[in-house]
Design a protein around this ligand. Structure first.
Ligand code: AMP
Ligand code: ZN
Ligand code: FE
Ligand code: FE
Length: 310
């Protein structure tokens, strides 16, 4: 029996044309077969690493990177799955950072996962995320019948805990229709239950990735309200920032255009990726892609760990 379910996206062997992205703020000729920003159940994606790799393959990708929040624990499974599919696997992470109270995400590729400073930072972030999530659950518990056990039931062992797990628990309890509604109606800072977690500043995050031999790329850098001030961007470039994720559904065209000019001026890498979270977000594998030329630059620049090549 065919285990694929209706509405599950393209079947094996069928390939949806990727939308480009490394060229404009949004549209253009499709030119990439690399999706370098995808999440698994090792953080807040809903699928195991091997399933994420298979989803990238079904979308026509030849290269994928697993970039779970603040953890590398999914690399081994993803690397094995990539070998099985004859795909290129680029080990990655989405490192949490914070600038003046605002969350900044820094993608890291091909760094040494044993680098002591980077390990200490990710362990501290993950620890802080647990305490923060417990506090948020207590806050929500003032108004809803809701406990930490509800969240544990939605979280894989050892996963980096985030608001998406709390969202899934709220959905399971019937307090919200889906993740997005839970964010909008309960988890958004303006609702009063929100608590922040520890995260290094962007300069520290970029420096740690660079010191560990990796390539640092600012994730969704032109999202609404997310543009970093030019002075900070220049500081990050001085510290060795590799590039910007210009192809991402949350970027505005205007912000992406400004960052493209900055990237050209400093000869930086530009990427495009889906930020796939399984069924946790509408983002589809390959909806934005990275060109072969930019992928080659990342692979040439990253010296802390090796990609899996087909
Ligand atoms: P946290 O880092 O724990 O504060 O949670 C933020 C994460 O939640 C982000 O990395 C997103 O992947 C996810 N997220 C943010 N807003 C939404 C939303 N409206 N719907 C689903 N996921 C979201
Ligand atoms: Zn996420
Ligand atoms: Fe992000
Ligand atoms: Fe992400």
């Amino acid at each position: 029996m065919d285990t694929q379910q209706a509405g599950d996206g393209p079947q094996h062997g069928q390939v949806e044309p990727p939308r480009d992205v490394t060229r404009g703020g949004g549209s253009g000729a499709p030119d990439g077969t690399a999706d370098l920003h995808m999440h698994s159940s090792h953080s807040d994606g809903t699928e195991a690493p091997a399933e994420v790799v298979a989803a990238a393959r079904r979308a026509g990708m030849r290269t994928m990177s697993l970039t779970d929040h603040d953890t590398t624990s999914g690399w081994a499974e993803a690397a094995h799955a990539a070998r099985t599919h004859g795909m290129t696997f680029v080990p990655g992470i989405e490192l949490s950072a914070s600038h003046e109270g605002r969350s900044v995400h820094v993608l890291g590729y091909l760094f040494d996962p044993e680098h002591a400073g980077l390990r200490r930072a990710t362990e501290r972030i993950r620890d802080s995320r647990v305490g923060r999530a417990e506090t948020m659950v207590r806050n929500i518990g003032r108004d809803y019948d809701f406990t930490w056990d509800d969240v544990l039931a939605q979280t894989s062992d050892g996963a980096t805990v985030g608001r998406p797990h709390i969202a899934d628990a709220l959905v399971a309890r019937g307090y919200a229709a889906d993740r997005s509604a839970a964010f909008e109606e309960i988890l958004h800072p303006r609702r009063g239950y929100f608590v922040s977690h520890y995260a290094p500043d962007p300069a520290t995050a970029v420096s740690l990735i660079v010191e560990a031999g990796g390539v640092a790329v600012i994730a969704h850098p032109a999202g609404r309200g997310r543009m970093l001030p030019p002075g900070l961007l220049h500081e990050l470039i001085r510290l060795g920032l590799g590039g910007f994720e210009l192809g991402h559904r949350e970027n505005t065209d205007e912000g992406a255009r400004a960052l493209r000019r900055l990237a050209e001026e400093h000869d930086l890498i530009v990427t495009g990726s889906s930020d796939y979270h399984g069924s946790g977000k509408p983002n589809r594998p390959g909806e934005h892609t990275t060109s072969d030329a930019m992928l080659a630059r990342i692979i040439a620049a990253g010296t802390g760990s090796a990609p899996v090549l087909p």
